[in-house]
Design a protein around this ligand. Structure first.
Ligand code: EPZ
Length: 420
């Protein structure tokens, strides 16, 4: 198993280019199952989850041709695809559940593995299933599989989600594209990645309109061929912005429009960072002293994203004073706390709240990654710790960050990837 060796402390400075968004690419790739015309997708991130999704599409019979640089893919579906999404693939990447809506909408049946939970929570899919049922999908759960079918095309309906869910919103938008009639989805998630999915589908002739958290989809007979470039990864961009604020650094973040991470940048200004931006470039200069933020709440977009919570916790460990982070989206997303404590961080957790005593010196140690975003927080913590840190199980990181060590070395971080 590979690991990272990091020698701290370092200051980050220079320019970093943001890769395509994993969480925009996954629903867009899943939705290609709706098509029987060729699709070209550009700016895909070269990360493991994308390869997993491409393998899943291939296992269903899609013709997938990836460019040499693995950033562009041409997908072409023959008339008839398989409709069995196996546990062996789905268990490695929960986003695979997004093929369910597409398979039932197109082929009126599917046997898709339940994704199962992960370290950050049980991650149920009840909102997906109950909403798809309203469109006419009948299903039973047998041996860990969702065995679904519909009597002919799905039928458009008015649906209100009981709770805001990114994946359920995406699954239903995809399914409703080919349903008969109009579907109105209320209480939708409005993450930028979902708008990217909408823009992709509309570029192929779908009819999807937004009004706040209400999404209206008028079903069409079929989708046209299209060429589309996926948006940049706002969580990767946010991670590098935090790195600059954390290390008294000076970074130019390229390929992302600042408006997409407004809440995050407003928070970094409150800790004392100097932020400016121009078109798709963001400039972040870290403060000499990091001010603590009394209360940080993770929220659905446009609030502070849960995927940046661990990174912000590292920032608060280096801030002067006390801060409180409340994780409102997932029930168990503090696995990074025990690892940060090994570096000397003073953090107390009670249920979904973490109280951080900032201003302590952190000392390098051996650390264990858990989920994707917690792992990158450990990298940030190692960068501001004195001495050597070792970060194990970095395959978690490779799921969602494109060769992060190459980008970090270019901006001054002493990091090396080694095989155990
Ligand atoms: C997406 O997960 C992202 N994954 C997550 O990023 C992200 O953290 C999350 O949205 C929140 O922004 C992808 O886009 C591939 P949800 P998703 O449905 O769709 C509960 C990363 O690191 N819920 O908005 O699974 C759920 O348990 C990943 O890139 C139900 O109870 O998130 C959670 O508590 C991690 N029933 C809350 O809702 C359901 O049917 C929000 O989940 C669905 C969700």
């Amino acid at each position: 198993m590979q690991k990272f060796l990091i020698n701290g402390p370092c200051r980050v400075r220079g320019k970093v280019s943001i890769s395509g968004s994993k969480n925009a690419s996954l629903p867009i790739l899943a939705s290609t199952l709706l098509f029987n015309k060729p699709i070209i997708l550009k700016n895909l991130p070269r990360v493991r989850d994308i390869m997993t999704m491409l393998n899943l599409l291939k296992s269903l019979g899609s013709n997938v041709v990836l460019s040499k640089d693995r950033k562009t893919v041409k997908i072409y579906n023959k008339k008839k695809l398989k409709t069995f999404a196996s546990y062996s693939l789905v268990k490695t990447m929960r986003g695979s559940i997004l093929v369910l809506g597409a398979l039932v909408a197109k082929f009126h049946k599917s046997k898709t593995s339940l994704p199962g939970g992960c370290l950050i929570g049980a991650r149920p899919v009840n909102f997906h299933l109950s909403a798809l049922k309203k469109l006419g999908m009948n299903y039973e759960i047998k041996d860990g599989y969702i065995i679904a079918k519909s009597e002919g095309p799905l039928l458009g309906k008015l649906i209100k989600f009981p709770k805001i869910s990114v994946g359920a919103t995406e699954n239903l938008i995809i399914a409703a594209c080919l349903a008969k009639g109009k579907t109105i989805l209320k209480n939708c998630a409005i993450e930028p990645e979902i708008k990217d999915l909408t823009n992709f589908l509309n570029s192929a002739g779908a009819n999807i309109q937004w009004n706040g958290r209400i999404c209206t989809i008028k079903g069409v007979k079929s989708l046209n061929q299209t060429k589309y470039s996926v948006m940049s990864d706002r969580i990767e961009a946010g991670t590098f912005c935090v790195a600059a604020a954390l290390t008294k650094g000076n970074l130019e973040i390229k390929n992302l429009n600042a408006s997409i991470i407004k809440s995050e940048l407003d928070l970094l200004k409150k800790v004392g960072a100097k932020i400016s931006f121009y078109k798709d470039r963001i400039f972040v200069k870290g403060p000499k002293k990091i001010k603590s933020i009394k209360i940080i709440n993770t929220k659905e977009y446009p609030g502070i994203p849960t995927d940046l919570q661990a990174q912000l916790m590292v920032l608060m460990c280096k801030a002067n004073g006390k801060s409180l982070i409340t994780e409102n989206i997932f029930e168990n997303r503090f696995m990074h706390v025990a690892e940060l404590q090994r570096l000397g961080a003073k953090i107390n957790v009670k249920n979904n709240k973490a109280i951080i005593e900032g201003g302590n010196n952190l000392k390098g140690a051996e650390l264990m990654s858990s989920d994707l975003r917690a792992s990158v927080a450990l990298v940030l913590a190692a960068i501001v710790s004195d001495g050597r840190s070792i970060i194990n199980r970095i395959y978690h990181l490779d799921r969602g960050y494109e060769k992060i060590e190459n980008k970090l070395i270019k901006i001054g971080v002493k990091i090396k990837r080694v095989n155990k």
